[in-house]
Design a protein around this ligand. Structure first.
Ligand SMILES: Cc1cc2nc3c(=O)[nH]c(=O)nc-3n(C[C@H](O)[C@H](O)[C@H](O)COP(=O)(O)O)c2cc1C
Length: 190
């Protein structure tokens, strides 16, 4: 698919069929993550989850998390929309006491930029392969205080889940997206 088409065909998809993307497709998506522009000072980890039991555990955790009294909006499953592949990006944040030659806060602050680059590259590569995708934060925030869930989905000890993306095939047809200038104001300094 040509690049401009990839941009206009990527869409957050919330309905998947059971067809599992093959290993070649998953490997290409992982390669796309590894080709993303990132600061190479962070400890990162990618977990490719296809185990239904692990996904179910994360769904349970998310449902409990969003059902707590402090949550203004109650959210119910499915959080992963039945997608066959869930890729979770995890990272190890810098502690203040760590001997890094830059401020730990600055390092942790620029982590979000890396995360965006990696997730976006994976979504675009998925689109180019004819696969549907959606960034998923709900199931990520829900595992913050759940080491059992983090372990079930393959996140290394001491790492936090930072972001995730679901990938699979969808039977839903979406219209090609158009640019909406009102989304972000742009100014030009010439
Ligand atoms: C940081 C981030 C977190 C997101 N988390 C979720 C999520 O947990 N569940 C969900 O259904 N969509 C999630 N999305 C998808 C957004 O809702 C979606 O990108 C937005 O509606 C714009 O639609 P589009 O991606 O089709 O352009 C997330 C997107 C981003 C960038």
């Amino acid at each position: 698919m040509e690049f401009e088409k990839v941009l206009t065909h990527r869409v957050s998809t919330r309905k998947y069929n059971d067809k599992m993307p093959d290993d070649a497709a998953i490997n290409k998506i992982i390669d796309a993550a590894l080709l993303a522009p990132i600061v190479r000072m962070h400890k990162l980890h990618l977990s490719v989850v296809t185990d239904k039991a692990a996904m179910e555990k994360a769904e349970d955790a998310a449902e409990k998390f969003f059902d707590s009294p402090e949550m203004p909006v109650k959210m119910r499953r499915p959080f992963l929309y039945g997608a066959p592949v869930w890729i979770i990006l995890a990272g190890k944040k810098y502690g203040e006491a760590e001997n890094v030659n830059v401020n730990a806060k600055l390092m942790n602050d620029n982590l979000f930029w890396n995360v965006g680059s990696i997730i976006e590259n994976m979504e675009l590569q998925a689109t180019a392969l004819g696969l549907a995708s959606c960034g998923i934060n709900t199931a990520v925030v829900a595992m913050k205080d759940r080491p059992d869930v983090r372990q079930a989905v393959g996140i290394p000890d001491g790492y936090d889940a930072l972001a995730s993306v679901i990938i699979g095939y969808s039977d839903t047809a979406y219209p090609e997206r158009t640019v909406k200038p009102e989304l972000i104001p742009v100014s030009y300094v010439k």
